[in-house]
Structure formats: C-alpha cells, structure tokens
Ligand binder design. Structure first.
Ligand code: XIL
Length: 417
C-alpha cells in the first residue's frame, strides 16, 4: 500500500476533526421534538460515518443529488411546514393540485391552496412537484364525468376540458412549478390492462374510454405547450417493481410506446406504497431487481423518481424488532434508487406517522395505526430515517459510487438543475 504523505494525513485528520465537531454540533441540535435545524456544518458532517447519523436527511439528499421530499396536506399546516423545512429539500402536494380540490364545481376554481403552496415552496428553496393534473381513479370532480357521459362527441369534449385545465393551472404557474405529475395511475390497480369498467378499487378510466391511450399523449403535449420548461412525469403504482411482473412490464411497455411516439415524457414516478394487504409481503423483492427495473426505465430516456413511499408497519409481520425491519425495507427501496443512475428523487407520502393517509383510506384503515413513515408522531426520526440517509449517502461513496471506481462527478448534481 502506498504510504500516505504528510499533507494527505494532515488533510484527512483535519476532515475527521471537522466531521467530529460538526457531528457534535448536529447532535446538540437534535431536540426530542425532532426539529433538526440544518447548518452547513451539519451538511459537512453528512460525509462521514458515524457523523452521518446526526445530520438531517436533506443534507444527505443534497450530498447525493437525490431530491428527498414528502407530501404536504392542503392548507400547508404549520407543523408540516416545520417538519419539511427541517428534514427535506423537496415537497409534493398531497391533494392541493388535484382536479376535485381545485375545481369542485365547474368554473369555480379555487387557487388559494395551490398559490400558498407554490409561494411557500419557492420562498424556501424547496423543489416542488405538482400532483396531479389527470387521474381517472379518484378525485376528478363528477361534473367532468357527467359532461363526458352526456356529450355528443365525448372525445372532443374531453380534449377541451383537458386543455382548459392545463391552460388554467400550468399557465398560471408557468416558471414557478418545475415538475408535474401530468397523468397519474393510467393502468389498472393490480393488472397490466386499463380500467374499462368500474370496479371496487377504481372508477373506469373515462379518459381511456374516450381517447384511448392517446389521452396520455394529449395531456403531455398540452402541458409541454403551456410550460415548455417544466419537467413532465407519468406516475404509476407498481406494487412489485421488477421485470417479469405483469403490471411492471406493462408500465415499461407503455413508457416505451410513449417515447417512440415522441410524447414529451421527461420522467416516470414509481409510487412505491408499501401498503398492508395490497403490496406483496416481500415488498420490494430485492434492491437488485428493483434497481434493474429502474435502469430499464432509465434506458428509455426518462428520469425516475420514487414518488409516494410509505411502508406500513403491519406489512412487516411478526418480527422481534419491527422498526428495524421497516428500516431495512426502506433501505432496499432507497438503495435501488441510489444505485440507479437515472433515479433522481425519493418522496415519502406524508411526513409523520400521525399524518398518514393509510389510517383513513378504506383499504388500509383497518390496520391503523399503520406507522409507515420516517418520523414518529412526535416528529422524532425513526430507524427508517437513518436507513434512508445511509442509502442516499452511498450514491457518491467511493465503494458504492455509480461508476464503481470513482464517484461520478455528476453523482451529486440535483435534477432538474
Ligand atoms: C391520497 C391522499 O393522500 C388522500 O388524502 C386522499 O384522500 C386520497 O389520495 N396514490 C396517489 C395519491 O397518487 O394521490 C393518493 O393520495 C395516494 C395513492
């Protein structure tokens, strides 16, 4: 082994001392309430183990170039604002951009929640993803479907309604919202096809019934025209994100067709909900198979993000330390993203365990409390929080770096710039 010259030793020693001091500073900033206030010293401490355990998640995010976010409820409650600012560098709306939230009756558009969110996110330098413009399954107002059902030309009526919504929303926030989930959950909940009839898990896909798969093309082209610089995502639930799973394959094939047709899809979101009773028990199968799936999407020329991550504790089953096992599941998911070059973001769905949508959603409320998130009800980081941080930090780590030998220069560059 090459002997270390003394300047190198001095430099390493200095780094270690800085890291240690930064860790101490970070530690002292960790009150029980979980309000970790970030400092540059904390960011620096994120480089080194074991100091890494004391820095806020957002610093690991910026070190890795992976945006780390959470969804915030309508009206951006103060507690949630504080949590996001302490721990995350990105945010999604939980409901505020959905059609039924913005325009419950035709023409009465209420921008108050979305305006407040966009202003707050931009004022605080948070990367915002607007979720979502078009979603057949839930949260499209009934006036939309009744107009289509009674129209002489449903296809034309639908195209007009879609264009109007894009103009009103994307036009209003042009330049201020950088990422849109343009279309949400186009495929069946559990199968590889389309929702052609109503079922107990979904309303029929009225977009698809009127316009075929081309509804996705139309939505993306209209959004691109309304804000040419915004990054446009197709978001989907893929319960078992591995090649060979019928739904995962169908989604991959759909993205391939869209790209072949030149539809302006910049990225795809994989929701990655680990919901008790809905996700497979060994969710996700493995880091390797998930990473391969992300790579396969990436090869089609799209960025990939994990957009709605949560891991319900009852999913974990009867083990000695469920929180440690939950942390391992989180780690398998975030490792897959960290090791896949085209994966650029991870967002959890909600912030604290007490905020989770799973406790009120009909299919998962029975297993409440689901305790699926990174922060407990008091806002304290859980083992899963530390696990996610370690995963993020591995992206640019010498041993794990994307190009194996040396960390790629671009490994810590956030997307979009
Ligand atoms: C959920 C919200 O969290 C709930 O508040 C709302 O009542 C229903 O929708 N997939 C998605 C999200 O794409 O929009 C859903 O959000 C969760 C599942």
């Amino acid at each position: 082994m090459k002997p270390l010259d003394s300047p190198t030793v001095t430099r390493r020693l200095a780094l270690a001392v800085c890291g240690f001091l930064a860790a101490l500073a970070g530690w002292s900033l960790l009150p029980g309430g979980g309000a970790i206030s970030g400092t540059e010293a904390e960011a620096a401490s994120c480089r080194l183990k074991p100091a890494a355990t004391n820095c806020a998640l957002k610093w690991a995010g910026s070190r890795s170039g992976i945006a780390i976010g959470a969804s915030i409820s309508e009206g951006i409650p103060e507690q949630q604002q504080a949590d996001i600012l302490a721990h995350f560098n990105a945010v999604s709306d939980e409901n505020a951009f959905k059609w039924s939230s913005m325009e419950s009756s035709e023409g009465n558009i209420d921008f108050s929640d979305t305006d407040a969110l966009v202003d707050w996110a931009n004022a605080n330098g948070l990367r915002l993803r607007a979720h979502t413009l078009f979603w057949h399954r839930y949260q499209t107002p009934s006036w939309v479907t009744s107009q289509i059902n009674t129209a002489d030309d449903p296809a034309e009526t639908l195209r007009e309604l879609m264009d109007r919504r894009v103009e009103q929303v994307v036009g209003r926030y042009r330049g201020r919202v950088k990422i849109y989930d343009v279309v949400n959950e186009p495929l069946q909940t559990f199968g590889p096809g389309w929702d052609t009839t109503d079922s107990f898990v979904s309303r029929s896909n009225f977009f698809y019934l009127a316009l075929g798969e081309g509804y996705i093309d139309h939505a993306f082209r209209a959004t691109r025209a309304a804000d040419p610089k915004a990054k446009l995502f197709l978001n989907e639930t893929v319960w078992n994100p591995t090649i060979g799973d019928p739904k995962a394959d169908a989604f991959l094939a759909l993205v391939k067709r869209l790209k072949r047709r030149g539809v302006p899809v910049d990225g795809v979101g994989l929701q990655t909900h680990g919901m008790f009773g809905l996700a497979p028990p060994n969710f996700p199968e493995s880091t390797r198979s998930f990473r391969r799936y992300i790579d396969a999407l990436g090869k089609l020329g799209v960025k990939v993000e994990i957009t709605e991550l949560d891991v319900a504790l009852p999913l974990i089953g009867d083990v000695a330390d469920p929180l440690a096992e939950q942390a391992r599941v989180y780690r398998r998911v975030v490792d897959a993203c960290a090791f896949a070059r085209q994966c650029v973001g991870v967002t959890t769905w909600n912030i604290r365990d007490t905020d989770t949508w799973l406790d009120t959603f009909p299919f998962t409320s029975g297993s409440a409390p689901n305790l699926p998130l990174l922060l407990d009800g008091e806002g304290n980081p859980k083992p899963a929080y530390q696990a996610v941080k370690q995963s993020l930090l591995r992206r640019c780590n010498q041993r794990w770096a994307l190009n194996r030998k040396r960390p790629a220069r671009s490994c810590s560059v956030p997307w979009p710039r």
